[in-house]
Design a protein around this ligand. Structure first.
Ligand code: ADP
Ligand code: MG
Length: 607
C-alpha cells in the first residue's frame, strides 16, 4: 500500500526524445530510474488495438507499430498547424498530423479500433503521468507537485501548453523553468556570488541542439543568447552509423535493403546502442541475427570510425557555439563555466572539441548530462516546496513592455531587465470627449514609437461612462509571472469594469539576436526617437487642448456666460488650428507649441 510520507515535489525534464525525473531525498537529489532500470525514459506513446503504452514499452514495439507510436511531440506543442516547422516535421513522422480546431495540430491515431485525434498536450501529459508514476513507485507515496522544464526559446504559448499538459496529468505545476536555467541551478551558480558569472550551456540531445549563454548576477539569471539547431542531435549520429552499416551489408551480400523500414529500424536501434557504448569503449560490435533475407549482420566499429562518420556534424555544433557567443557579445575568455547537458554531450569527441574551443577549459560534467536538467528542476521543486532552503534564481524581462498611447508613442509599464515575477501598473485616460471604449495595444521593445517595437496583443475596454476627455481613470496592470507569461488588464477605476488578456505571442518569439538588435537600435535612435516622441506629445497636447476648449465653449454657450461674438471668434480659431493640424501632421515641435500659445491667449476667458 502507498505510504503517505510527505507531500514531495518532483522535477521533470520533459525532453523531445527522453524525459527524466528527480526528487530531493536523503539530503540530496536522486534521479529516479524507471521500471527497466533506466534513468531516462523515452518520451513516446503507442496506441494498439487494445492498449496504450508509454515510455520504454512504447519504444519496444515501435518497429512493429510505427504509424501509431507517437514521439517528438515537443516539436508540436504550442504551435499552429501551419507553422513551417510543423509542416516540415510532418513529412518526417510516420504518424499522422491533421489540422484541428483553431489551427491546432492534432495527432491522429487508431486506438482500440477507433480513429482518435490527440493534442500534443495530451500526449505530453501521458509522458508526464509516466514520470509521475516512476516517482510514486520509488517514493511509495502519491506525488502531485512538480517543476517542469522547457527550452529557453519557448514562447508563452508553448510554455502554457506545457503547463496544461502538466495539469492534464494531474500535476500541480509549481513552476515552468528554462532548461539552461535548471542546468545552472544544478551546478549551484545561483549562490550569492560577487560579480557576474557567464555560463555556456551546451545541450546536445536526441534530436535537437540547444546552446545558451546565461548570466548569473546576484541570484538573477538572464538568458543572454540562445542558438542551436532544431534538427541536430543523437538521431543524426545514429543515422550516420546506420548508413555506414547498410552500405557494408549491401556490399557484402550484394543486396539492397535500403527501403525496408522494419529492417532499418531494427538496425538503427542497434546502431544507437553501439554509439552509446563508444562513449566509454573505443570499440564495439554490432551483431544482429537474420537481419535481411536470412543473412546475419556482424561488424566491429571503432570510436575513430564513429567520429569520422560524424565529423561535419560535430563541427557544426562548434560553429553554432561560436555563433551564440557572437550573439551574446561575449568573448570566449569571458565564459566562466561550460555546462554539459543532453545525452549526446557524453560523446568524448564532442567534449574534446568543446574544451579545445575554450582553450582547454574544464567542462562541468560531474552530474550526468542527460540528468542535469531534471536535477536542477528537482532542486527548484524542493526549494519551492520548502524542503530545502536555497537561493532561487530569478529571470528578468528581456525587453521593456508597454502600451501604445496617443500618436503611437510607447508608454513603458515594465522596464527591460525587471526581475520576474512582477506586477506593475500605470494610469491612463481617454483622448476624446464621451469616449466609451479604449483600445489597448501591448508592445515589447525599446523604441520610443510603437511602430518600431513588437506587437504582442490587443484588446478593448468597453463601457466607460461618457465623460470629458482626460476625466476617466483607467488602470492598466501588467503581470509577468515567474514563467515570463504576461497578463495585461485594464480597469475603469470609476465603474470597476475590467478586461484583460494573457499574451500568447503567436508569432515566433523574438530571438536573442532580435532582442539585441532592438536594444542596439534603440540606442542609435534614442535622440531621434526622443525628438519624435516630444513632437507627438506636442501635437497631442494641442489636439487635446482643442477638444477640451470646444467642450468648454459649448458649456459656456449653453449657460449664456459668453458673448456670441467672442464665442464665434474662439470657435473660428479652434477650427482653423484643427484644419491646420490635418494638413500639418508633421510640423515641428515649435510650430505645435506656437499654435497652442496662440490658442491659449484666445481661450483665456474659458479657463
Ligand atoms: P532529449 O533530447 O530528449 O533532451 P537526452 O538529452 O536524454 O534527450 O538525449 C538523448 C540522446 O542522447 C539520444 O540520442 C541518445 O542516443 C543519446 N545518448 C544517451 N547516452 C549516450 C551516450 N552514452 N553516448 C552517446 N549518446 C548518448
Ligand atoms: Mg533535453
Amino acid at each position: 500500500m502507498a505510504r503517505k510520507v510527505k507531500d514531495k515535489a518532483i522535477g521533470i525534464d520533459l525532453g523531445t526524445t527522453y524525459s527524466c525525473v528527480g526528487v530531493w531525498q536523503h539530503d540530496r537529489i536522486e534521479i529516479i530510474a524507471n521500471d527497466q532500470g533506466n534513468r531516462t525514459t523515452p518520451s513516446m506513446v503507442a496506441f494498439t488495438p487494445d492498449e496504450r503504452l508509454v515510455g520504454e514499452a512504447a519504444n519496444f514495439q515501435i518497429s512493429t507499430n510505427p504509424t501509431h507510436t507517437v514521439y517528438d511531440v515537443k516539436r508540436l506543442i504550442g504551435r499552429r498547424y501551419n507553422d513551417p516547422l510543423v509542416q516540415s516535421d510532418k513529412q518526417l513522422w510516420p504518424f499522422t498530423i491533421i489540422p484541428g480546431k483553431n489551427e491546432k495540430p492534432m495527432i491522429e491515431v487508431t486506438y482500440k479500433g477507433e480513429k482518435k485525434p490527440f493534442a500534443a498536450e495530451e500526449i505530453s501529459s501521458m509522458v508526464l503521468v509516466k514520470m509521475k508514476m516512476i516517482a510514486e513507485q520509488y517514493l511509495q507515496c502519491g506525488v502531485k507537485k512538480a517543476v517542469i522544464t522547457v527550452p529557453a526559446y519557448f514562447n508563452d504559448s508553448q510554455k502554457r501548453a506545457t503547463k496544461d499538459a502538466g495539469k492534464i496529468a494531474g500535476l500541480d505545476v509549481m513552476r515552468i523553468i528554462n532548461e539552461p536555467t535548471a542546468a545552472a541551478i544544478t551546478y549551484g551558480f545561483d549562490a550569492l556570488e560577487e560579480g557576474t558569472r557567464n555560463i555556456l550551456v551546451f545541450d546536445l540531445g536526441g534530436g535537437t541542439f540547444d546552446v545558451s549563454i546565461v548570466t548569473v548576477e546576484r541570484g538573477k539569471v538572464e538568458v543572454k543568447a540562445v542558438g542551436g539547431d532544431m534538427h541536430l542531435g543523437g538521431g543524426d549520429f545514429d543515422n550516420r552509423v546506420l548508413n555506414y552499416c547498410v552500405q557494408l551489408f549491401n556490399k557484402k551480400y550484394k543486396v539492397d535493403m535500403g527501403r525496408n523500414p522494419k529492417v532499418l529500424r531494427r538496425l538503427r536501434s542497434e546502431c544507437e546502442r553501439a554509439k552509446r557504448s563508444l562513449s566509454s569503449a573505443v570499440e564495439t560490435v554490432i551483431d544482429i541475427d537474420s537481419l535481411y533475407e536470412g543473412q546475419d549482420f556482424h561488424t566491429k566499429i571503432r570510436r575513430a570510425k564513429f567520429e569520422e562518420l560524424n565529423a561535419d556534424l560535430f563541427d557544426k555544433c562548434m560553429q553554432l557555439v561560436k555563433q551564440c557567443l557572437q550573439d551574446s557579445k561575449l568573448s570566449k575568455h569571458q565564459i566562466n563555466d561550460i555546462v554539459l547537458v543532453g545525452g549526446s554531450s557524453r560523446i568524448p569527441k564532442v567534449q574534446e572539441l568543446l574544451s579545445q574551443f575554450f582553450e582547454g577549459k574544464e567542462l562541468c560534467k560531474s552530474v550526468n548530462p542527460d540528468e542535469a536538467v531534471a536535477y536542477g528542476a528537482a532542486l527548484q521543486a524542493a526549494v519551492l516546496n520548502k524542503e530545502i532552503i536555497h537561493l532561487v534564481l530569478m529571470d528578468v524581462t528581456p525587453l521593456s513592455l508597454g502600451v501604445a498611447v496617443s500618436n503611437g508613442v510607447m508608454s513603458v509599464v515594465v522596464p527591460r531587465n525587471t526581475p520576474i515575477p512582477t506586477l506593475k501598473e500605470k494610469y491612463f485616460t481617454t483622448k476624446y470627449d464621451n469616449q466609451t471604449s479604449v483600445n489597448i495595444s501591448i508592445y515589447e521593445g525599446e523604441r520610443a514609437l510603437v511602430a518600431h517595437n513588437n506587437l504582442l496583443g490587443e484588446f478593448v475596454l468597453h463601457g466607460i461612462p461618457p465623460a470629458r476627455c482626460g476625466v476617466p481613470n483607467i488602470r492598466e496592470c501588467f503581470l509577468v509571472d515567474v514563467e515570463g507569461i504576461l497578463t495585461v488588464s485594464a480597469q475603469d477605476v470609476g465603474t470597476g469594469r475590467i478586461n484583460r488578456i494573457t499574451v500568447t505571442n503567436e508569432r515566433e518569439r523574438l530571438s536573442k539576436v532580435e532582442i539585441d538588435r532592438m536594444v542596439a537600435d534603440a540606442k542609435i535612435f534614442r535622440k531621434e526617437d526622443e525628438e519624435m516622441a516630444k513632437k507627438h506629445l506636442a501635437k497631442n497636447t494641442l489636439e487635446c487642448y482643442i477638444c477640451n476648449m470646444k467642450s468648454r465653449l459649448m458649456e459656456a454657450k449653453s449657460r449664456g456666460t459668453i458673448q456670441t461674438r467672442v464665442a464665434d471668434d474662439i470657435s473660428g480659431a479652434l477650427n482653423m488650428v484643427e484644419e491646420w493640424l490635418d494638413e500639418n501632421d508633421n510640423a515641428t515641435i515649435e510650430k505645435f507649441e506656437a499654435k497652442l500659445n496662440e490658442l491659449s491667449l484666445k481661450c483665456k476667458c474659458l479657463t
